[in-house]
Design a protein around this ligand. Structure first.
Ligand code: RUB
Length: 325
């Protein structure tokens, strides 16, 4: 039993902010989880929390349960735990703080590199279509704009949570020419678009991209109109577990995000579904812009083997530890 362990208030707050989407977007979710582990380590008191390994695994488990699709959540936690709980580590508390800080720094640096590579793809006079709100996508567009390129953007509203509103506000603030469109207007505007650029929540070992619901429809429309479809994603969004045969779980969010509870009451028997993400197959993806360069989706398994050292045993051991809690 682990209920006697007390999770620090600030960590509970971060977990709740991720669950309720006050903290959202895969990159921010990953950094927030690392920050939460750092806070947990700094608040560790052996008298109150008992054994450190059990304590930090319990905190990790609590964070892992907040949102299922963004692979950045388990990947950032695994990044920290692997370094903090390695057998050779003398001070796991210190190692947790150090690894968490390292993950956050690497994540921010990766985004800078993505903006650096991605900017080269955008040409002066280009019109880009984007969906949802990706910090990597925004950083590429803003960098191209700041480099003096005349870039126009169509941003979808992204129902039901309207993350497109965040995108247009961020781009407007940077001085980019941006037009908000409804999600169902994508095909109408596709003829005016030079390329599509979206972010990712997870990338499977076959190069398929999991991103905000609607992304795969846009990819099909880009393909129909013969427009390039780019994905901007840090390599820590690549999913090692898909290499072990697992699927990326697709989060289903409350149906009240789609319809008013009153509407439901007035229409008994109505079924509503609200999947938050979908999967775009690799054949629709021109390239993935990562911090390691612009890669074809076929390169994903190579990077996974390189980054994770193809160590399914290690992954397995870590998951077993959490399961045994
Ligand atoms: C956000 C979403 C974003 C990716 C990439 O979904 O689908 O496109 O997370 O974002 P939600 P980033 O709003 O449900 O979290 O590039 O910032 O990691």
């Amino acid at each position: 039993m682990i209920s006697c362990y007390v999770i620090p208030e600030q960590v509970l707050k971060i977990a709740e902010d991720i669950r309720s989407m006050r903290i959202r977007g895969a990159a921010r979710i990953g950094r927030a989880a690392a920050e939460a582990l750092k806070i947990a380590a700094l608040s560790y008191d052996p008298l109150r929390h008992g054994d450190y390994t059990r304590y930090i695994l319990m905190v990790s488990d609590h964070l892992l349960k907040t949102r299922p699709t963004a692979i950045t959540l388990p990947n950032s936690i695994k990044y920290v735990l692997k370094r903090a709980l390695a057998k050779s580590v003398l001070n796991p508390v210190e190692a947790t703080v150090q690894a968490a800080e390292e993950f956050i720094t690497r994540s921010l640096k990766a985004q800078e590199m993505i903006a650096f590579f991605g900017e080269k793809i955008l040409e002066d006079g280009h019109t880009i279509l984007t969906h949802c709100n990706s910090s990597s996508v925004v950083s590429i567009i803003v960098r191209a704009h700041n480099a003096g390129k005349n870039i126009r953007v169509y941003a979808t509203e992204t129902r039901p949570r309207f993350q497109g509103h965040i995108t247009v506000q961020q781009l407007l603030k940077a001085g980019v020419d941006v037009t908000l469109i409804i999600d169902s207007a994508v095909r109408y505007f596709m003829k005016d678009v030079d390329l599509v650029l979206v972010g990712a929540d997870a990338i499977a070992s076959n190069g398929a991209v999991v991103n905000k619901i609607g992304t795969s429809q846009i990819a099909v429309l880009a393909n129909e109109a013969d427009r390039p479809f780019y994905v901007a994603a840090e390599t820590y969004k690549f999913s090692p577990n898909t290499m072990l045969g697992e699927l990326v779980p697709i989060e289903e969010r409350p149906i009240t995000e789609v319809v008013d509870p009153e509407f439901l009451k007035r229409n008994p028997g109505l079924k509503v579904r609200n999947p938050a993400f979908d999967v775009t197959p690799p054949e629709y993806i021109t390239a993935i812009i990562t911090e390691r360069g612009v890669l074809p989706p076929q390169a994903v398994p190579l990077i996974l083997i390189e980054e994770y050292g193809w160590s399914p045993g290690e992954e397995y051991e870590l998951e077993k530890l959490v399961e045994e809690l």
